[in-house]
Every structure is written in C-alpha cells, then in structure tokens.
Write a protein that binds this ligand. Structure first.
Ligand code: FAD
Length: 670
C-alpha cells in the first residue's frame, strides 16, 4: 500500500556518485537563498573502495575554487612521471623506452593526483553539509519508481513540471548481498561494472514489501545515476556508440615485485601477453589495468566468473615476465569491457538533465570519467541556481548541453584512439598498417594528449555566456570559453601575495576583473574613476542585477588588479564603493613584487597591456566569458542583459553602501 506523501523541491538529483555529489555541493552554496535540493541514491551506503582514482589538474583547480584542495592534496598521491615499457625489437626483452613528465610542467598549479572516488565523494559531501548545516546530504536507500514530465508547463518558471515517485527501501534491499561480493576474501566491484546489464543490475534491488512511496514534485531534475541510468531510460533517450570486444581486469593491491617502476605511472606493452597500466595509489597500493585474454561478442555480456583476482594477477605476471609480481593483499578488483557511447541528447525540455556516466561512457584508463562527470554538474549547477534564484533567464540552461556535449564527444574520440593503441599488440614497423600498434605513436599520443587529459583543452563555443563580442586581443592569453587561470597578485590592503583564484573562491558570483593599468598616472586613474562612476550608477550591471537584500558583490563581484607601484597609491585613492569596497578589502590587488613570493607578473601572464588595460568577465565556474575595453560599459550592459534578469526589488543602489571619506586635515591645528 503506497503512502501518498507529496513534497516539493527546486532540484531533485538522482544518484550520489561524483556527478551527484558535485551537484549537491555547488547547489549548497545557494541554500541560504532558499534553494531546496534533494538527492536520492538507491544504495544504502556510498562506495567504500575501488572505481575511479585519477583527479586531473582542472578538477583540482575546481576543488581549490570550492575551498577544500588542501585536504585532497594531503590525502592523495601526486603523479609525476610516466614510464613506457616495450619489448625490445631485437631481443623481445621488456625494456623501458621512455620517461615523460605526467603533465606538461606549468600547465596548472596542480599536479594530477590519485585519490579514491569514495574520498572524493566524501569531500564534496562534507563541503555541501558544511554550507547547509547538514541539510544537503544524499538520501540513501531511495529507489525512484516513476518519472513524469509535464512538458506543457515547462515554460512556466513557477511550475513544478516533474513528478517523481520514490520508494524507500530497507537496508537489506538497498545493500543486496551481491554488493558485498567477495572472491577468496577480495572485494569485488563486478556488481558495478559494465559487464553487468542494466536489467541484471536492477534485479539486485528487490522491492518486495517496501511500502513507502513518496511523491516528489520538482522544478528541475538532474540524472546522475551512472552508466545504466534509470533517468535516461525513463526519458527514452538512446545511447549511441560502440562496444569493443576487449575485456579488462582492474585490481588494487600492495605489490611485492622486482619491477623497478612500480611506484610510477607506467604503460607496459608485452610482446605477446597483452598490456598493463600501472597506477601508484596512496597507502602503498598500486592499481593495475590489465587487458585479459578474453573476448566478448557485440551486444553480449561475459560470464563474469572468468574474472577473478587470480586470473588478473596471472595475466599481469605474464605481461611483466621475467619481473616477478606477488602480493599478500588485494584490496579490490573488477572487470569491464570498453564501450564508447554518448546519449543522443543531454536532457529534456530544459527541465531534466543528464550528467556524468548517464550521458557518456568510455574506458577508465584515460582517467577521465570521474573528472568529466563532476565537471558536467560543475557546469550545470551554477546555471540552475542562477535561474532558480531569479537572477538568470531559463534559456541559460540550454548552454549546458551545447557546452558539455562537445566535451563528451571529444572525450569519446580520444578514448577510442587511446584504447585502441593501448589494447593492440606491438607491431614491427612493417605491420603497423595491419593491426599492430606503433609504440612510438602510442607514446606520442600520450604526450600530445596531456593538455586534454589535464582537463585544459575545454573551450566552450560562442554563446550568451562566452561572448563573441569580446576584444580577445586585449588579453590574448585568456581565451574566451576557456578556463581562467591564476596568477599571483599582491593585496593592496595587506601587502600579502596570493593567487588570484585563491582570493576569488566560488561563491556563485560573476567576477569582473578590472585591469586599469598604472593608476599612479592621472589618465589611468581617471579612466578607472569613469568606470567606477558607471558601476556606481543605478543603471550599472552591478546595481541592476543585485537584489538589495544581498551583498553588493554577491551577484557580480568587481575585482581590480592594477600595475602601479604598490606604495605609489593608497587604498583610499580608489573610487568607492564599486572599485574599493570599504567592507571588502580583497577588492584591489597589485601586479608587482612581493616581500616573500617574488613577482607574479599577472599582466604579462594574461597578455594584458599595461597602457590599454582590459576588463575580463569570468563566469561562476571560472570560464572566461567576455573581454572588453575599460570604456566598454555598453558591452557589459549588452552582455549581462542577454541572460540576466533585473532584481525584482529594483536592484542595489550604490548609495546603500557605506563609504569612507578621506581624513579632513583642515581640522588639525598647526
Ligand atoms: P556513478 O559513479 O556510477 O554514480 C551513480 C550513482 O547513482 C551511484 O551512487 C548509484 O548508486 C546511483 N544510482 C544508480 N542508479 C540509480 C537509481 N535508479 N536510483 C538512484 N540511484 C541510482 N574516472 C576517472 O576520472 N578517473 C579514473 O581514474 C577512473 N578510473 C576508473 C576505474 C574503474 C575500474 C571504473 C569502473 C571507472 C573508472 N572511472 C574513472 C570512471 C568513473 O568511475 C565514472 O566515470 C564515474 O564514477 C561516473 O560518475 P557518475 O556520478 O556519473 O556515476
């Protein structure tokens, strides 16, 4: 008998994997504005081992932006070098043929790091709890049962067009014994693997006797429910792409070996026994990705009993022979076959969205799935929150699919090429044309793909939030549509040197970075005053789009980086309140030398001329949206006007901000 409890929520999230946890964390920053979110996961507990473990540099930059990078760095293992091992053409002996840095040095401030998916999910969830006093947290043992979208009311911003029913499962039902699957004492991840069909996985959840069904009415829904996505199937959205016949085994273990590079990331191709990728993990563990001597036919599922820790170890030994490989502890193992697929669309009616593995799957070896999944909801959720809190038009949400579909497609193309090169048998030069793999090409693909695998190659196309009206030449190294990178600056207020991105963490606000040049010169300071007069006016984008109930920098935060000598100007020389907020000392920075950390040379890093200056508008997710001249206030108006909605209460008048007058020296007797 169903209970008919009905509840209302702004956003429902299905699935608390990396994509769902990121969604919850980003949305948690808007909870103080009344945003309501619920996240349902059918499993009673979160993952406790195995699965993804590679965090790329871009994800780490996002974690810095969210404020918990130090914790991740402290726990994780940074990756420094990749070693390539191949059979010597003359002797067949396994030989180290190249060493390259893990990523291009200087590409990011953060080096790729290994940390288990479960820890990554924990950090995101802890952060979400921190920002909501524990309110935003996944509800586990909750199995969605039906999903209905009333497309007729999808254009009504006040409507709750989504109806979701959710069944409360018991602990037993949502943690079926299959999950605790062990083979000879080693924990198995096969129940989550691509070797299981969606139907087989669903059968694990016995709903018999679970009575309570709740009806949830939602404004938006995000399906983060993984490769077998229930949400996707409810919407009838198809996955398009291929499944290869190659089967891989994965295991995490503490090795005892005479192979010298076991604590390095390695790609090993043997002459006749397949290939292995070695990934060192924290706590003395090492992960092996091994191509198994098993094949599976298109559309068929493998007899999983063929994959055991022993079968994986035995193949690994053959690949590494004559190096030995023993272990007393295997932490976890699984198997998968490679499918490179993506959905024909990323959602429905601008109300339901798919994210993560629910809309793209590929092999895990390139280490991109968890990163891309989190970055999907990183892209989506500030947009969702902006619409729900009334600051942006719903059309903004269309940019989620246009931006992320291209990323998924690029990833799948890369993975197809990479997997083929990794899975193939090394070929003598003459055989490459047939089916062998040119190992030099493999290394070159690895090296040239660094920019991509670090997450740095994302370049969102022109849209309302990546403006074609930009004057790209004013900041040639900051590309519109690409991520805003950090440079060191010095606080005008405290003389402390810091990274610009550290000083501008994620708050949901847009950042308007103003580069006014050398403001110790009259003309430059005058130009800045003119900009400030516009920003202080009731018509400015800051005044118009910020509700008076919020802080003046909550929606659009103006941050100035000048390049005058720090001691040649005083904080109170800067116009108030739009350039220097007397309440917010982190609004004026210097590009110049610091006492302890050298000179960041920010103007040079961004390619900004000290004479001409620039305005760089950066989205809440840290992508460059617009580059304009210091006098281009009409461009700012047009840019924000395209997707923002004026504050219903008339906006935030600059006059509401308390300013500080300079000292009145005439009062001093002499
Ligand atoms: P998932 O992690 O699959 O999470 C989905 C969540 O939804 C789960 O919590 C599940 O319980 C829940 N759920 C599912 N169905 C329902 C339902 N009907 N109702 C309610 N809840 C539901 N990626 C990397 O970036 N780097 C790596 O190094 C890497 N290594 C990998 C190694 C292995 C062995 C594997 C298997 C994958 C690896 N990946 C890696 C890929 C990565 O694990 C996935 O891409 C990532 O987990 C996808 O995140 P997600 O949140 O989209 O989905």
């Amino acid at each position: 008998a169903a209970d008919s409890k009905v509840s209302y929520v702004d956003v429902a999230i299905i699935g608390a994997g990396p994509a769902g946890c990121m969604a919850l964390d980003v949305l948690s920053r808007y909870a103080d504005q009344g945003l309501t979110v619920r996240c349902f996961d059918k499993r009673s507990a979160k993952l406790d081992n195995g699965q993804a473990d590679g965090l790329n540099s871009r994800t780490l930059e996002i974690f810095e932006n969210l404020g918990f990078i130090e914790k991740v760095q402290k726990e994780g293992s940074p990756m420094s070098e990749i070693n390539f091992w191949n059979p010597d053409p003359a002797t067949g002996r396994l030989t180290r043929t190249a060493k390259i840095p893990d990523t291009i040095p200087g590409l990011s401030r953060f080096q790729q790091t290994i940390l288990h998916q479960t820890r990554v999910e924990t950090h995101l969830l802890d952060d979400a709890k921190l920002h909501t006093k524990g309110r935003f947290s996944p509800e586990r043992s909750m199995l969605p049962e039906t999903l209905d979208l009333d497309e007729a009311s999808a254009n009504d911003p006040d409507a709750y067009p989504i109806t979701l029913t959710v069944r409360h499962l018991s602990e037993e039902q949502s943690n079926p014994s299959a999950f605790k699957g062990e083979t000879n004492g080693t924990r198995s991840g096969l129940f989550r693997s691509s070797l299981l069909s969606a139907a087989e996985e669903e059968k694990l959840y016995d709903t018999e006797g679970s009575a309570v069904v709740e009806t949830v009415k939602a404004k938006y829904l995000v399906g983060c429910d993984g490769a077998h996505s229930w949400t996707r199937r409810q919407l009838g959205i198809r996955m398009i792409g291929d499944q290869t016949n190659r089967v891989w085994g994965v295991l995490d273990m503490v090795p005892l070996t005479n192979f010298p590079d076991i604590r390095m990331r390695c790609a090993v191709h043997s002459a006749n026994s397949g290939s292995v990728m070695v990934i060192p993990q924290p706590e003395g563990l090492v992960r092996l990705y091994i191509q198994l001597p098993i094949q599976v036919k298109q559309g068929e599922y493998l007899d999983r009993s063929q994959i055991t820790p022993e079968s994986i170890m035995s193949t690994a030994r053959k690949i590494l022979h004559p190096y030995t490989l023993e272990t007393d502890h295997i932490e976890w193992y699984t198997g998968y076959h490679i499918g490179q697929r993506m959905t024909e669309s990323f959602g429905r009616a601008n109300r339901i969205f798919l994210a993560g593995d629910a809309c793209h799957t590929h092999s895990p070896k390139a280490g991109q799935g968890m990163n891309t999944s989190m970055q999907d909801t990183w892209n989506l959720c500030w947009k969702l929150a902006s619409v729900l809190t009334g600051s942006a038009k719903p059309d903004l949400l269309r940019t989620y699919a246009t931006e992320r579909e291209v990323v998924a497609k690029t990833l799948i193309d890369f993975d197809t090429k990479f997997s083929k090169l990794f899975s193939g048998k090394p070929a003598a030069e003459a055989d490459v044309e047939k089916d062998g793999v040119d190992l030099k090409e493999f290394k070159d693909v690895f090296a040239t793909s660094h920019y991509f695998s670090a997450g740095m190659s994302i370049s969102y196309g022109e849209s309302s939030v990546a403006s074609a009206q930009s004057k790209q030449q004013l900041a040639p190294k900051l590309v519109v549509g690409q991520r805003f990178f950090s440079a060191q600056v010095v606080s005008q207020a405290s003389a402390t040197a810091d990274q610009l991105t550290t000083r501008t963490p994620f708050t949901g606000a847009w950042r308007v970075f103003v580069f006014p040049g050398d403001v110790s010169r009259t003309a430059e300071m005058e130009r800045l005053r003119k900009l400030s007069a516009y920003l202080d006016s009731p018509e400015s984008v800051v005044s118009k789009y910020t509700p008076s109930s919020r802080k003046r920098w909550d929606i659009i935060d103006v941050v100035t980086i000048h390049c005058a000598e720090r001691t040649a100007v005083e904080l109170y020389d800067f116009p108030q309140p739009s350039i220097f907020h007397p309440h917010k000392y982190d609004s004026v920075f210097v590009d110049g030398p610091s006492h302890y950390h050298g000179d960041g040379k920010a103007y040079e890093a961004y390619g900004i001329s000290k004479e001409e200056g620039a305005i760089v508008v950066v989205r809440p997710d840290q992508y460059v949206a617009l580059i304009a001249g210091l006098g281009d206030t009409d461009v700012l108006d047009a840019f924000f006007g395209e997707f923002m909605l004026p504050a219903p209460d008339g906006g935030y008048p600059a006059s509401k901000v308390r300013t500080v007058a300079p000292p009145d020296w005439s009062q001093v007797a002499h």
